[in-house]
Every structure is written in C-alpha cells, then in structure tokens.
Design a protein around this ligand. Structure first.
Ligand SMILES: N[C@@H](CS(=O)O)C(=O)O
Ligand SMILES: [Fe+2]
Length: 192
C-alpha cells in the first residue's frame, strides 16, 4: 500500500497507534506496520516497566492485548539466551529490537523423512531494526549472541496465540509448546 505510516515518537504512541491501525480493519498491511515500528527510536525509560528478566530463560511480557485482536509483548533475553526453532501458529509476527543485539536464523519446515534441520543463514537484528515472519516464510530461532549484555525485543502477533510448534534441530521432530507470560501489564504473573 502507498500510505505512509505515522511516526511513533514514544513507546506509548507506538502502542496506541497499533491499536488504531489494527482496530480500523481486518487486513494486516505488513509494510505499514513495519514502517510504523521502524519509526520509533527505542528509549528504555519508556518501556522498562514491562521488561522483566529471568535468570534461566527468555521471558515474554504482555504489553497490550489489542482488544483481543493481537498481542504485543516485550521479550527479555539474558546473555546468550535463545528460543527453540518454532513456528507462529499461522499468525503474523512483527519483531523490533529495542535493546542489545539479536540474531535470527531461519529454517524451512522439515521434510517428512526428518533428519538434521539446515538453517538458511543468520540475520542480525540491530537496535531499532524490524523483522517480519509468518509460517509461509518459514520457521526461525532467535538468539542473544552477547555474553556480556542483555537484549530486549518487541513482538506483535496477530491474531494472538498461546501455543506453537517447536522443532528438534537434529531430527526435525515437532512438539507443541505452550506459551506463557512472565508478566502482564508490568506485573509479574503468579505461579510460573
Ligand atoms: N516467537 C517467540 C519468540 S522468537 O524467538 O521469535 C515467542 O513468542 O516466544
Ligand atoms: Fe518467533
């Protein structure tokens, strides 16, 4: 589409602008959302209340449920942490780096006969950069390659989902993985 995205001058503006755009229709204009996300320059003081870390694995912190239409969240990556190879349950997945360095490796869905999964190469997601993936584009795994610094990313999934498939890199075997929130709206979720 030709329309130029509005610029988001603060994290709050980014959150409310996403609400407006996604509420205004059912078609997801991928380029428009990517442009909107790219227009925001990350300022940690604006989003730090959502950024809660765990010592053992990356955390998922809910920022906005978008009237039930999508989920916006911050993912907090400790040094060297990574996700499994996974799909995105037929949703659109937008991702923006808010702090640190992230590395994304993409994969094809494994062939039926299985065997080792071969990556399609890695892609850096530098500070403020935006990426997009869906199941048609393939699978991925994300990693904080730094052993000295944490990383934070913003993710939007539309429609929202609470489980995805994860894949064993050696066999291609797939398993369902339940996804949980470490915190919601800045408050730690109990019993997790
Ligand atoms: N899609 C993953 C994060 S990532 O590695 O893209 C999740 O929501 O937990
Ligand atoms: Fe992902």
């Amino acid at each position: 589409m030709e329309t130029k995205a509005k610029s988001a001058n603060s994290f709050q503006e980014l959150v409310s602008e996403c609400r407006k755009v996604f509420d205004s229709g059912d078609v997801v204009d991928v380029d428009y959302i990517m442009e909107l996300l790219a227009s925001y320059t990350s300022k940690p003081e604006e989003w730090k209340k959502f950024a809660k870390f765990d010592r053992h694995r990356y955390t998922r912190n809910l920022v906005d449920e978008g009237n039930g239409k999508y989920n916006m969240m911050l993912l907090c990556w400790g040094e060297g942490m990574a996700s499994n190879i996974h799909d995105h349950s037929n949703a659109h997945c937008f991702m923006k780096n808010l702090m640190g360095d992230l590395l994304e490796r993409r994969y094809d869905f494994p062939a039926e006969e299985g065997g080792e999964m071969v990556g399609r190469g890695t892609q850096d997601l530098k500070l403020n950069q935006v990426a997009y993936i869906n199941d048609e584009l393939g699978l991925h795994r994300v990693e904080n390659p730094s052993h000295t610094d944490v990383a934070v990313s913003l993710h939007i999934y539309i429609p929202p989902f609470d489980q995805c498939n994860i894949f064993d890199p050696r066999t291609g075997k797939q398993n369902v993985s339940k996804m949980t929130f470490w915190s919601r709206y800045g408050k730690r979720t109990p019993f997790q």
